[in-house]
Design a protein around this ligand. Sequence first.
Ligand SMILES: [Zn+2]
Length: 262
Amino acid sequence: MASVESHQDEQPLEYVSRYGGREFRYHLCYVPDHKKATIRVHVHPNGMVQVDAPESAQLPEIKSAVQRRARWILKHLDDIEERHRDVRPRQWVSGESMLYLGRRYVLKVINDPNQQKVTCKLLGGQLRVQGNNVSPERTQKVVSQWYRDKARDVFERRLKLMVDTLPWTQTLPPWRIMEMQTQWGSCSPEGAVLLNPHLVKAPTRAIDYVILHELCHLVEHNHSQRFYNLLDRFMPEWRTIKEALDGKAEILLSETALPEFR
Ligand SMILES: [Zn+2]
């Protein structure tokens, strides 16, 4: 696909590069020479790969520079692909990916005429839904219920561990799961803790951070300096964890709109 148009052409030139059995296209743009001109590679958020090269650069030199960055370019393209996959509406069919404790699992729907009751379980790398005549609606329902059950189990286990660690808690505070649009958790002035079931899709450290945050509110009701001092003392790296969790919020909260159970 190599183009042989002249450097002065306004249109960017398109080339194809191959690496590890895969290929990607890139646009080559010549930029005016200046002292520190080097060949630069950008991957735009829409997946376009742009290579800026000084006008004096020779094509073989440019191509080998792109080749040296090929692994990095493909990694970025994969990340972009992944982000797009996350925001596509779900069909609740085999092949879709599901998050649990920060890891991805592939949804597998198996029609089994001999099994009346539809089940949902983790098996190897799959989240397997199995039963007779499983519709996407039914799949959504059992997967949502599975998430809620897991959220209850995991949060209870992590709460117990955290309660044992903290000097101001002896027993589990009253707590339950509740879907919230904009919060991972909350703690009422009476000391009742709410945790968002979507949080079970995040890594365990993120779950621990949210639990610690709410348990710190048992002693410090506001986000005062004393509150942050407690967080710093019991989880010095909490800021990094919070940043990563909030960065994923859109995906975690929207990925499966857990239907209301009536
Ligand atoms: Zn708070």
